[in-house]
Design a binder for this molecule. Sequence first.
Ligand code: ADP
Length: 743
Amino acid sequence: MTDYQVDLTNCDREPIHIPGKVQAHGFLVAVDNQFVISYVSENIHAFLPAQAADLLGQKVTTLENLLLQGEETGFISQLLLLGRHTKSFETINPYKVVINGADYNLILSQTGPYFLLEFEPDSTATEVDIHKTIGRSVSEMLAGKQLKQLLDNAAQQVKQLIGYDRIMIYKFLDDGHGEVIAEVKEDHLDPFFGLHYPATDIPKQARDLYKKNLTRIITDVNAESSPILGLAAHGEVKPLDLTCSALRAVSPIHIQYLKNMGVASSFSISLMYRDELWGLIACHNYSPRFINYKAREASKLIGQIISSALEYKQDEANSQKNDQFKAAYNVLSDTLRKGGDIAEAITQHETNILSITDATGAVLVYEDKITTLGQTPDKDDLEALINWLKKNMEDRIYYTHQLPEVYQPAKGFSGMASGILACTLSKEMGELIAWFKPEQLSTVNWAGNPNKPVEVDEHGVVTLSPRRSFDVWQETVRNSSERWTREEIANVLKLRDEVVFAINRQANEIRVLNEKLKQAYEELDTFSFTISHDLRTPLSTIKNYSELLLEANQSLDDDARRILGKVIAGADKLNFLIKEVLNYSRVGRIDLDYTEIDMKALVQEIKNDLVVALNINNLQFEIGETPALYGDQTMVTQVFANLLNNAIKYSAKSNPPKVRVDGKETSSEVIYSISDNGIGIDLNYYNRIFDLFKRMDNVRGYEGTGVGLAIVKRIIEKHNARIWVESELGAGTVFYVAFKRNV
Ligand code: ADP
């Protein structure tokens, strides 16, 4: 692995677009905006009677004079002006010139502030009528219905056009390594078809360059390249960018690589698919070979035709399956749009998340629930994997066909999930969907051992060198699944958007419902407040007149007096109930006024009042720790008054009644317990005791309205505090209240 990295980093860093050299079969001159010669390749003297160094700093007319030897000058400046004006040299290139009686092509291009003038022979290895060939090539190439056939035809056409010994179509796979998927060659050569080449064979910056300049030729790997001399500005010569150059010399490492393969001349054409480098048409010749500009352009055209054919042939290839996925996606999207439970919509029907990809298993993590479909890792493995995903997924989507490579524990379940494609639904909530593909053992034939790009010499010095042997090197690939296709990924992304949309819509619906509920609650509060309030006046009237009747009317008999007494008691009870309901609705209406509450004083005071009110003599009342509480003084008093009232009331018949209040502090809360040894609460109804007017069966014979705990609960909620209860029938009850320490 380390070896591998040596190769990667070094090769990836080599600035191949500024090699400072050109191939020697032609020469280069670069002029600046003022048409002053700023760079010249040293080998110019082999073509023209001039030395490179002498030309630097001269006007371009000097070069013109050398080329034309006395005839009219100015043609290069004209061409440059024209190109500059139309912002392209495409229609000008190539411009024919004659040097020493031989035809040359002048190829013009622009790089930054400079214009490149490259002169190369017009003579070519193959003399073909390019127009005719291209016309025929196009129709023959496109006759192939399948992608494979199209590529085979293209390789054939390129071979005819440029006559190299071997033409390969090389496709880049997801991880950057390449495979030869079509080949046409001279019969005596060994086939390279089906061989794989590691990604490092073509480093990143070479790929970037191939995207910008679609063809490149290396005429003779054994020819010395010629250095480019430059005009120094501020004492420094800046390297000239040769990205667009036709003569660019290539990296010595690449030259060595070709030599190791026995290749003398190489030509390659980029194949693009949706602006990315899809592959190359790689041409090898085993003796030096030059092809002229026109033949290269014709090959480029073939490359471009394949590139555009790829756009639809590639899509066509998987179209049937993709149509199925798409139809499944549409069904899911419809189900989601109908509303209802999201998890159910995408997992519980015949068409579910599994139907939109070729995966064999899937998992949905949503609302704290894990739902699995098809074949997935065991519960524990799955949970660990989900946690890993939650931690490591930075984008909304993550996929690999080699999960065990990035996540070691996956080796344990590679049979189930060597491939994973996951998308987040909500990063904050850790919600996601993931799809799995099983391991697929496969054999890859590498062109030479791909893991040995460095060599150690006899002194132990590690040097970077391309591999010497290209003998087939077989590797059994484990822990790999089938790759995720572009369509599968696109479907997952679309489904993700749809699910996120449904979640948002539901959240909005809940918000609206909440708002309505709040409104209804407020209305109810106002209603109960008003009605209770309005009841009080007629109630006092009833009471007052009954009392008046009782006192003023001595002639009333005993029965009448008893009845009036009952009316008065009833009125009192009703009055008490109204007060309680008013209290309850008040909690909802009043804003909290937080203060630090002295709990010892508060508890003591309540106890004194209650003992008198409830008239209990033998009560054993204990106060333990009383840490201060932070809350609304009136409301907290109400909480403790209600809880203590109940504790004393419901233990009154115990012998003796025992009530204890105790507080303690945790790091985040102050928790109070109020315990009694009274009648207790039936375990099955713990939660109902907090409902308004709810009383248990065992409290018959005890005064009460069933409002107290409802008020307590409301106050607790308003404080963002907690309340819970532990109890045993006939043994006693403990209520706990926990208030936040820092609000
Ligand atoms: P009430 O006015 O009936 O006491 P609360 O709302 O205060 O109404 O309490 C509701 C019910 O909860 C009571 O009727 C009783 O059944 C039960 N309860 C509350 N506190 C206790 C307690 N300390 N011991 C036993 N039961 C209790």
